[in-house]
Design a protein around this ligand. Structure first.
Ligand SMILES: NC(=O)c1ccc[n+]([C@@H]2O[C@H](COP(=O)([O-])OP(=O)(O)OC[C@H]3O[C@@H](n4cnc5c(N)ncnc54)[C@H](O)[C@@H]3O)[C@@H](O)[C@H]2O)c1
Length: 265
């Protein structure tokens, strides 16, 4: 899984899965650019990596804002000359106050689509120009098992992640002639700040309110995951690193579950 001297731009890398992917890529030789809307968390993650002797830099990025996207990509290209790997990981489950709403409102739909879907479009369009010039690129989108099957819980999130799976195929078709691979990963259940928000919301349901969010998460893992354990950010990092390496040259347009068997299609 050698990615030595590759430049990897990872969105939403200041927390959870993005941090796990950045850690794995940098341990395997890449320079990990920690791009996040939360700059101070991005700086903390980057400092953690460099203190381990790994290559990393922080940068501010709002994937919903085209100016921020262009500034980020321009800066990285100026500093590092190329971007070999783009990880579209930034994501959200709802707009502020989402936890206390029974039904997602229009702000939730809009923000979820702006971040989870259109954010990937903006980032991919900005980065692909230099990848096309170099005739080389690996783009990895973080979708979700929520995109595999509709459910009564949080339709905007589920629909956004189904869109990511379809978008991955569309971008893979468009970019294949430029030697750019585009794939997605569908993580299962990981205890990160996103799941804390989901757990908080569920613990507000009348019949579940005696359970704390972490206990709800663990019960859900036990109920749904055949391997009977949660996934961790490094699990997603390991697959991302494989997809970012040259071992994956003939894999494109795929969405791969890392869910302990929760989903098998
Ligand atoms: N945790 C899970 O169980 C799980 C399961 C499946 C998929 N996912 C997906 O994995 C990805 C990472 O989620 P996580 O669990 O690590 O959550 P997280 O909340 O820990 O990380 C999300 C990161 O994205 C950043 N972000 C949010 N909006 C942004 C924006 N507009 N621009 C740039 N950065 C922004 C946040 O600041 C945060 O650092 C998301 O796409 C999520 O949907 C998570």
């Amino acid at each position: 899984m050698d990615v030595t001297n590759k430049v990897a731009l990872i969105t939403g890398a200041a927390s959870g899965i993005g941090e796990g992917i950045a850690t794995t890529l940098s341990k395997n030789g890449a320079h990990a650019i920690i791009a996040d809307i939360n700059l101070s968390n991005a700086e903390n993650v980057s400092t953690k990596l460099t203190s381990l002797g790994l290559k990393s830099s922080p940068i501010t990025l709002d994937v919903t804002d085209i100016e921020s996207v262009n500034q980020c990509v321009t800066y990285v290209l100026k500093e590092f000359k190329h971007i070999d790997i783009l990880i579209n990981n930034a994501g959200t489950v709802g707009s502020p106050g989402w936890e206390s709403r029974e039904v997602p409102n229009e702000n939730d739909w809009d923000l979820i689509f702006e971040v989870n879907v259109k954010g990937i479009v903006k980032m991919t369009e900005a980065v692909q120009v230099s990848m096309i010039n170099n005739r080389y690129g690996k783009i990895i989108n973080i979708a979700s098992i929520a995109g595999r099957q509709g459910s009564e819980r949080n339709p905007p999130y589920n629909v956004s992640k189904a869109s990511v799976i379809n978008l991955t195929q569309s971008h893979a078709m468009q970019l294949a002639k430029h030697n750019i691979n585009v794939n997605a990963i569908c993580p299962g259940l990981l205890w990160t700040p996103i799941w804390e928000r989901i757990g908080n919301r569920r613990s507000m349901s009348p019949n579940l309110e005696e359970l704390d969010p972490k206990q709800l998460f663990l019960n859900y893992v036990e109920e749904k995951i055949p391997l009977n354990r949660p996934q961790i950010p490094e699990d997603i990092g390991n697959l991302a690193c494989f997809l970012a390496s040259d071992y994956s040259i003939n894999i494109t347009g795929q969405s791969i579950n890392v869910s302990g068997g929760y989903f098998m299609n």
